[in-house]
Design a protein around this ligand. Structure first.
Ligand code: T46
Length: 133
């Protein structure tokens, strides 16, 4: 599958860098929730699910981590290590996250509130649901 990323504009000057993310302008959905993952223990993997409807953009603010995305037909991977890059994760995409650096801070902008019923945590079920859509 094609990995979709967003390049955020860096407003840099002699003092350093600043990135502003504005609702509706920089992200392809209305942001209803922001969460961040940090202090991930060594050799830990996360994710292993898809979302029925939720759309997200993941930004690695510090350090690095690897995403494997799977649309049911094809897998692809990307290393996030640049706070000016957003990884778009659309609905019905299986995600797995690996290789978190010790200092990794991964921020995620989400199109909806937390809802456990939107998660598909079984890969076989994900593939079956994907066939119907
Ligand atoms: C995703 C990847 C990139 C909440 O209470 N509220 C929240 O908004 C979230 C995201 C999680 N939680 C609770 C649910 C679990 O008890 O936090 C705990 C850890 O969540 P989870 O195991 O789902 O974390 P990851 O890293 O496997 O997945 C998360 C997101 O849940 C998911 O939507 O796409 O990051």
């Amino acid at each position: 599958m094609k990995i979709e990323t967003i390049d955020f504009e860096i407003k840099g000057d002699e003092r350093g860098s600043l990135i502003a993310i504005e609702d509706k302008k920089d992200i392809p959905f209305d942001i209803k929730r922001v969460y961040y993952i940090y202090n991930t223990k060594k050799n830990t993997s996360r994710g292993f699910h898809a979302h029925k409807k939720l759309r997200q953009v993941a930004i690695c603010l510090k350090g690095s981590c690897k995403f494997v995305l799977d649309d049911g037909n094809e897998k692809n991977s990307i290393i996030l290590n640049d706070p000016s890059i957003g990884l778009v994760i659309n609905e019905m995409v299986w995600r797995e996250m690996y290789d978190f650096s010790k200092d990794c801070v991964l921020m995620v902008l989400a199109s909806d509130y937390y809802d456990e019923s939107d998660y598909i945590r079984d890969h076989e079920e994900f593939l079956k649901l994907g066939e119907k859509t």
